[in-house]
Design a protein around this ligand. Sequence first.
Ligand code: PMT
Length: 427
Amino acid sequence: MEDKSILLIVGGGIAAYKCLELIRRLRERGVDVRVVMTKAAQQFITPLSVSALTNERVFTELFDLDDEREIGHIRLSRDADLILVAPATADLIAKMANGLANDLASSVLLASDKPPLIAPAMNPQMWLNPATQRNVHQLEADGARFVGPETGEMAERDEAGPGRLAEVPALIHAIEEMTASDRSTRARGSPGPLFDRHVVVTSGPTHEPIDPVRYIANRSSGKQGHAIAGAAAKAGARVTLITGPVNLPDPDGVKTIKVETAREMLAVTEQTLPADVAVFCAAVADWSVAEQGDQKIKKKKGKPPPALKLVANPDILKTIASRKKGRPELVIGFAAETENVLQHARMKLKRKGCDWIVANDVSTETGVMGGDSNSVHLIRTGRHESWPELSKEDVAATLVEEIARELASTKRTAANSKSIRAKVDKR
Ligand code: PMT
């Protein structure tokens, strides 16, 4: 990153304080940092402290005669190798998505000739609000990249969920990646077979709470789902990975959203649509606990252990596959079976209404759940193929090749029928 220049746009939020640490770490790496602060940001940190770290003046006003004479907001946006918005508030995201330019930060962003890197931070309800999610999708479609938000406790009491600003190492990693991917895309000269496609992948287990300290879970590690997300990103797709709790790093170049329960996974999956392809690799719990305790359930002397009453969770794959509007072009489910693998998987393909099923044997002796390799059968209506045992990365890469081939062939068919229709119309 040495000799790169970053324009950091700081929005108004409690997480703004993390920018001070970020600036310090970037400067250590030889990065030149210029900072624009919104009015609200100045309520949380002062331009003086920022300027002490950057060794530069901080830009705050759109109509500042000195600024306009010396540098101007157009040059401010063009001089930087990358614009990072952190923390990006719901308001800043809405302005960016809708092309508003009523202050220096939004004007710089609108005048920019390159997609920004956006690090959101806000209350979980604001982040999950359909309006914010619409704006996020719009920005992604326009080429912006997102890092975070992370899930966890909020500064507000009793609030938790997705909305925390990504930690400084994650921000630096995303900056490195974005400046490097810029170089590698230019070097490669090819955008990849899934360029311009949005691929949604679910991964990992879900945790279904019993009370504040206990939950029901399964043995999925997320290795297979994460590998698919990574392979799709390598093929040039814009990838959203929705994952249950796992101990894996977020795959490179992928927007990762962390959830806990099946219901959260469904809500987030629906919010990430539209997508061209959806791959449901998560081992979603089929049931959740009907009456979750608000407090830790206590052992009662002389009483039998409590009985857990379970209720069915929503079927995410089936819900998405049966959408009348906004169904992804290609919906792929997984089938985790322990006996009669092909037979059960074929029934699942039909019952869930998906286009393909990837079936795997998860009997204990196969070691597939949590392991590094997998033997899968790719089942489509009327045919199936069985692949040899492969690493999960190779299963992912092969599946992504199949996906790219399928999308290319449906595109060709659509183009052919269009040109046939045009010829018929001419006659
Ligand atoms: O995570 P790893 O350790 O790498 O292991 C990988 C894996 C074995 C978990 C993976 O390869 C796999 O098989 N994932 C699907 C697990 C599963 O829940 O299978 P299922 O047969 O119970 O479900 C069928 C399909 O419906 C799956 O696509 C599942 O994501 C989906 N489903 C299931 C239940 C539910 N409530 N909603 C769903 O969307």
